[in-house]
Design a protein around this ligand. Structure first.
Ligand SMILES: [Zn+2]
Ligand SMILES: [Zn+2]
Length: 276
């Protein structure tokens, strides 16, 4: 079994309204690309910040700029006009857990992908924007806060999958990097992850980013496996052609690490299926 769950039906660009992308012909292009690549379990997980309802949870100016679509229209489209699993990619917004839970619990997802992009109001993955956390510089502090926040996200129990778990490395040498053994940062997330029931995403998206590595780093994944967490495999594709990107490499890598099963989701229930 191969899965691709953390998938977007459109690029993160202006001029990509739901009305153009939440259509059967687009979903069929994704299904065809997945079939060609042997991916049986395919789902979509649009960014929550692209839906107007997300503004009830967090009114960050960058979210306000992007929140244009109706979340229920998205859910109805996926359920009624496609055979895809229905997911959503949700930022962990500290202190807004109740509001986010209310938004999520009102809809019938197959899975919820939890992400940390923002540390307070600055993002780790928006280089040279108004919201770039790296303008403040200190990599020791940013990495510490990132992994603390990731652990808190896991601990909320709101998420089925923890997305791109070391996203903080996305820029590689294009952002300030901490020195030495990175396990001191991973440790900060581990209590929350060990106390949770979350699946850890292995994402090939990092291979397409400046860092050029799978998320997460092998040492971090091994710590999660020791804590008993299962693995969910995704590409974070934003176009059909990126589905299953780098999966040959990921499957081989997972084999070396000793991962033999993948998490599969339906109606927010998880089971494990043999990998490959
Ligand atoms: Zn993300
Ligand atoms: Zn994503």
């Amino acid at each position: 079994m191969l899965t691709d769950y953390h998938v977007h039906l459109r690029p993160d660009e202006e001029g990509t309204p739901g009305a153009e992308y939440f259509v059967t012909a687009n979903a069929e292009r994704y299904r065809e690309a997945a079939s060609e690549r042997g991916i049986e379990e395919l789902g979509v997980s649009e960014h929550i910040h692209r839906f107007v309802q997300a503004l009830d949870v967090w009114a960050h100016p960058w979210w306000r700029q992007w929140a244009n679509d109706d979340i229920d229209a998205y859910c109805a489209f996926v359920r009624e006009q496609t055979d895809l699993r229905l997911g959503i990619e949700v930022d962990y917004v500290p202190e807004r857990e109740d509001q986010m839970a209310t938004l999520l619990e009102a809809r019938e997802w197959d899975y919820v992908v939890g992400s940390v992009h923002f540390l307070r109001d600055k993002a780790v993955d928006m280089r040279d924007s108004e919201w770039d956390v790296w303008r403040e510089g200190d990599p020791e502090k940013v990495w510490s806060r990132y992994f603390e926040t990731l652990g808190e996200a896991a601990r909320t129990g709101m998420f089925d999958i923890l997305a791109h778990p070391d996203l903080v490395k996305v820029w590689g040498t294009g952002a300030p990097q901490p020195d030495g053994d990175l396990r001191r940062f991973y440790e900060r997330a581990m209590d929350g992850i060990a106390d949770s029931d979350v699946a850890i995403e292995v994402s090939t998206a990092g291979l397409r980013k400046p860092v050029g590595e799978i998320y997460p780093a092998r040492q971090f994944l091994e710590m999660c496996l020791e804590a008993g967490r299962p693995v969910a495999l995704s590409s974070d594709a934003h176009v059909p052609n990126d589905l299953g990107h780098g999966y040959d490499q990921a499957v081989e890598w997972l084999g070396e690490i000793g991962v033999t099963e993948l998490a599969v989701f339906e109606g927010r229930a998880r089971r494990l299926e043999p990998l490959g």
